[in-house]
Design a protein around this ligand. Structure first.
Ligand SMILES: [Zn+2]
Length: 245
């Protein structure tokens, strides 16, 4: 399994980083996890063949995590001339949120005839599904109630496990989500200031021993983290970072 951090930034372009997107590939597997508004542009600069991507998993309905969907959709229609079905996986309300986002971005486009099937798979917290040869488990994270249920994902294929927290402050749900993962990408927005919606490094440091992931990468770094990377003992993501597990 290979994970490319296409976009590793926060919502604000801190450090000139693109918003969240990970491109996860393995034998017969080609999926995205999140696609922020600016991440689509980053994706276009990678070697990814957009028509080979079968599924996009969305952690939650914030623009820096799913705002790139209208551009992917438009590109699929008018540039890449997609024919293969595209599956969106996400929290409850996924199809309605997708429609609202498309209507706001390109009025009328959501209802237009397209050259490929759109499929929606909403996941409840605690649910595990099989899709594209991938076993996906979702757990509820602690982020922004206004965005509805926010998910973290555990992806398993070929005996390898990749876990992504999505956006969250500390929650004990992270322990079973990431237990024994070959790679655990966890958001870490600030160093030690406690905030209700994002992870701080001090808290994470204290709790990581309970997770026992084989490799931990911090992502979604805010200015406070980016300005003090020398104080951070863990590996940090950057746009383009590619990890094989
Ligand atoms: Zn975010």
């Amino acid at each position: 399994m290979q994970v490319e951090f296409v976009g590793s930034g926060d919502a604000f372009g801190s450090g000139h980083r693109f918003q969240t997107c990970q491109h996860v590939t393995a034998d017969g597997l080609d999926v995205l996890v999140d696609l922020g508004a600016t991440a689509f542009h980053a994706l276009k600069s990678t070697a990814a063949d957009l028509n080979r991507i079968t599924t996009i998993l969305i952690t939650h309905f914030h623009g820096d995590h799913f705002g790139g969907l209208p551009y992917f959709d438009l590109d699929a229609q008018f540039v890449s001339h997609r024919r293969m079905p595209l599956t969106l996986v996400g929290p409850p309300g996924l199809e309605r949120r997708w429609r609202d986002l498309l209507d706001a971005s390109y009025p009328g486009f959501a209802a237009s005839r397209r050259g490929f099937d759109m499929r929606f798979r909403e996941m409840a917290p605690g649910e595990t599904i099989a899709i594209d040869g991938l076993r996906v488990t979702a757990r509820e994270m602690l982020h922004d109630p206004a965005a509805g249920i926010c998910l973290g994902y555990r992806l398993e294929t070929g005996g390898k496990t990749y876990v992504y927290s999505g956006d969250t402050t500390w929650t004990d749900e992270l322990i079973p989500l990431a237990a024994g993962a070959d790679l655990f990408a966890v958001e870490c927005y600030v160093r030690s200031r406690k905030i209700a919606v994002h992870m701080d490094y001090a808290t994470l440091l204290g709790r990581l021993p309970e997770i026992v992931a084989k490799r931990v990468v911090l992502t979604h770094l805010g200015p406070d983290m980016l300005d003090h990377l020398e104080d951070i003992r863990h590996e940090t993501a950057h746009d383009g970072l590619t990890i094989a597990i």
